[in-house]
Design a binder for this molecule. Structure first.
Ligand code: 13P
Length: 263
């Protein structure tokens, strides 16, 4: 199956934003936009990853949206279950609150919060065991790219989790390629560079699992309405993980619309 037969995902990663009143307004505007001009979930799956304390209220506000909008946690504890782990939220507790999706391995977690390969693998293992769907983030730094190591770094990040994913769990993983140098910088990987890396990721995944041919591989890093159509036209780019532009309902909608129309 070619990568372009995969239903695209467009997920807004709100990171440590916004204030409550702005979040409510943003959701209202997005719901209104989706009501005005529908995007069916067969054409594009839409998700929002708010701050952890807003997960349930966002989920509630999205419940009456005209199309399903997934509520996605931005992170999860590496500890499973319940217990004396101050400040942590486990995969089981997310699932218990009907939060079914989680980002793992975002470069900001890896770089600022020391989520190394082992920690990331523990999070993946627990999230899958709890029945969550994971958006697993990978990506190289500018230094690694300039040294010609981008592919090796990204494929290693895939390999880092391979040992903890059972053969029947790969369909619960979506990969997001986010070159670190493109995050929040306004610099997007060129569609050619992004497509090349996505093709490598698909090849790597396909060597590990037959599910690799069908897995969505999202691109992240300064995605905006102006570049979404070009990115969406690439066969192995099956959606976007959107930071800054997801804080504006119209921009986020336009990105989802671009993927829904182009794929
Ligand atoms: P920007 O879209 O702000 O570059 O952020 C990308 C990102 O990190 C999404 O997870």
């Amino acid at each position: 199956m070619s990568g372009s037969a995969i239903t695209p995902w467009v997920v807004g990663n709100w990171k440590m934003n916004p204030m409550q009143a702005d979040a409510q307004k943003l959701i209202q505007e997005l719901k209104q936009r989706l009501a005005d001009q529908h995007i069916s979930k067969e054409r594009c799956r839409i998700g929002i990853a708010p701050i952890s304390i807003a997960l349930l209220s966002v989920q509630q506000q999205l419940a009456d949206a005209s199309v399903e909008v997934m509520t996605v946690a931005q992170d999860v504890s590496r500890i499973a279950g319940t217990g004396a782990y101050t400040g942590e939220v486990s995969a089981n507790l997310l699932k218990d609150s009907q939060i079914d999706y989680v980002l793992i391995g975002h470069s900001e977690r890896r770089e600022i919060f020391a989520d190394n390969a082992q920690v990331v693998a523990e999070k993946v293992k627990n999230a899958l065991a709890a029945g969550l769907h994971i958006i697993y983030c990978v990506g190289e730094s500018l230094e690694q790219r300039e040294k010609g190591q981008a592919e090796v770094v990204v494929l290693q990040q895939i390999c880092d989790i391979a040992a903890v994913v059972n053969a029947d769990q790969w369909h619960n993983i979506t990969v997001a390629y986010e070159p670190i140098w493109a995050i929040g910088t306004g610099k997007t990987a060129s569609p050619e560079d992004a497509q090349n890396m996505h093709a490598k990721i698909r090849e790597g995944l396909s060597q590990i699992t037959p599910a690799g041919a069908r897995m969505a591989i999202l691109y992240g890093g300064s995605v905006k309405p102006e570049n979404a159509v070009e990115l969406a036209a690439c066969p192995d780019i099956n959606g976007a993980l959107v930071g800054g532009a997801s804080l504006n309902a119209e921009s986020f909608y336009q990105i989802a619309h671009a993927f829904a129309q182009t794929k």
